[in-house]
Design a protein around this ligand. Structure first.
Ligand SMILES: CC(C)(COP(=O)(O)OP(=O)(O)OC[C@H]1O[C@@H](n2cnc3c(N)ncnc32)[C@H](O)[C@@H]1OP(=O)(O)O)[C@@H](O)C(=O)NCCC(=O)NCCS
Length: 155
């Protein structure tokens, strides 16, 4: 199965994001306030001509320090557990690493998918808390490698 990972538009990813993360609810419930900010990037994994996984990278402070935030990570149910989400997460980290600015990425993770992020080196950074209408979450963070950032810009 061939999978392409690319930066794309909000319009390309919103249907999948809403279907996976807000099932049975109006698409507007999946909109984020940062979706149209110039510093925001939307990424997609495409397979057989369809967007099958999506995620967004936004600028959002962590403990009042500049940081990146991962939002809206979702893989189409039929394509889950095939490594596609991991591939897209790696693309998001590369993008953050190669963009000027902070070297910390954070997210709020549903408790059941914490292992997905942990496998890529993310760490739990908060106690459990409830997100209304969604369920229990924990904050997670990952420090991107600033040495690699320097190297990436020298060639
Ligand atoms: C979480 C999600 C994006 C992962 O996408 P994916 O394409 O299935 O991810 P991968 O196939 O790359 O998973 C890699 C590993 O992460 C872990 N993982 C992935 N999904 C998991 C889940 N639902 N529960 C527990 N571990 C999970 C597993 O260790 C998996 O490896 P394995 O399949 O060999 O066991 C996808 O399951 C999803 O969209 N879930 C519903 C929405 C959601 O919870 N989004 C995250 C909001 S914070």
């Amino acid at each position: 199965m061939s999978v392409d990972f690319l930066q794309t538009s909000f319009e390309e990813i919103i249907e999948l994001r809403a279907r996976v993360l807000r099932p049975g609810r109006p698409v507007e419930t999946a909109f984020f306030k940062e979706d149209h900010q110039p510093s925001t990037s939307h990424l997609a994994a495409c397979c057989e001509g369809r967007v099958v996984s999506c995620v967004s990278l936004v600028r959002s402070p962590w403990k009042e320090e500049p940081a990146w935030r991962l939002r809206g990570m979702a893989t189409d149910e039929k394509y889950q557990r095939q490594g596609i989400g991991t591939g897209l997460l790696q693309k998001l980290e590369e993008l953050a690493l190669n963009s000027p600015g902070p070297d910390l990425v954070w997210c709020t993770s549903r408790v059941e998918v914490i292992p997905f992020y942990e496998k890529q080196g993310w760490q739990v950074a908060s106690d459990l808390f409830q997100v209304a209408g969604v369920g229990p979450h924990r904050m997670m963070t990952k420090h991107l490698n600033t040495d690699l950032h320097g190297l990436a810009n020298t060639d």
